[in-house]
Design a protein around this ligand. Structure first.
Ligand SMILES: Cc1cc2nc3c(=O)[nH]c(=O)nc-3n(C[C@H](O)[C@H](O)[C@H](O)COP(=O)(O)O)c2cc1C
Length: 258
């Protein structure tokens, strides 16, 4: 695939097929993405991938938390106000999105359902968490996370998969941290659900600025960078010896003392 094609065909996907994503594909994507530039080459990203049952459990926990009406507690501050021109774009996105989805302005229940779907990772069976060490300087680490996150998006397109940056999945980071000991000392900056877009959305996929959705899902995590500091030559070798991502985190924790 040409770079131009990957860049021009990438869209934020908001409805995913539920089929499991082959782990070899995830590995391929992360192997490419780790070449992303970072400030001072510090490569601050620590990437954890959730899939299978873990994703479903995480999605359910996020939805339950949201239904309790608990206020958001992201690890980094979210935008609250911005200059008019940017606000206009933000409002316009919401309007376009709900129109595309056939959700009427007064249909409060459907809107709530859409937001809950974000917590379900729009039905995706796998989720890539982008995290950093809690001691890192945030503004610069955020630039680096954007760098690798976007590289992941393009690498996913190359593998025939869709993604979306999901700030919403960082609203209650303590849920993911409870599930994965490894994340306890980390800041969660974004999550990227991963799978093929569902068909009806795929049609709009190549259109203007349509983003679509209906379902969701999320999951676990795997630290990528630290693996390369250990005895494994490649991440493939690591995963060949560790069948389940959910085990990967635990395994890494025990083995490397994270
Ligand atoms: C940092 C970041 C966080 C985002 N968070 C969300 C989110 O929580 N929910 C959502 O529906 N879209 C989210 N998006 C997707 C944007 O809405 C999308 O990138 C934008 O509307 C442009 O559309 P495109 O990606 O299809 O070109 C996020 C994008 C970025 C870069």
């Amino acid at each position: 695939m040409k770079l131009n094609d990957a860049v021009l065909s990438r869209r934020s996907i908001r409805a995913f097929l539920p089929d499991p994503v082959p782990r070899e594909k995830i590995i391929k994507i992360l192997e490419i993405a780790r070449w992303a530039p970072s400030w001072g080459n510090i490569q601050p990203w620590e990437i954890v991938v959730a899939d299978g049952e873990k994703t479903k459990l995480l999605a359910e926990a996020f939805v339950d938390e949201s239904k309790k009406g608990i206020s958001l507690r992201p690890d980094i501050n979210m935008p609250v106000d911005y200059p008019a021109i940017h606000k206009e774009r933000y409002v316009s996105l919401g309007r376009t999105l709900f129109t595309e989805m056939g959700i009427a302005r007064e249909d409060k229940q459907a809107r709530i359902e859409h937001y809950l779907n974000m917590y379900r990772f729009f039905g995706a069976p796998a989720v890539i968490y982008l995290t950093i060490d809690g001691g890192l300087n945030e503004p610069y680490a955020c630039l680096d996370i954007g760098s690798i996150g976007t590289t992941i998006c393009y690498a996913a397109v190359q593998e025939g998969l869709g993604t979306i940056y999901l700030a919403a999945s960082m609203h209650y980071p303590y849920i993911a941290k409870k599930s994965f000991i490894y994340l306890k000392q980390r800041k969660l900056l974004s999550a990227l659900p991963l799978e093929r877009p569902i068909q009806k959305h795929r049609q709009a996929f190549s259109g203007v600025n349509e983003s679509l959705w209906k379902k969701l899902c999320v999951l676990p995590i795997n630290p990528l960078r630290p693996l390369f500091h250990e005895s494994y030559e490649t991440i493939e070798e690591f995963f060949r010896n560790n069948n389940h991502y959910s085990h990967v985190i635990l395994y890494c924790y025990e083995r490397f003392g994270w």
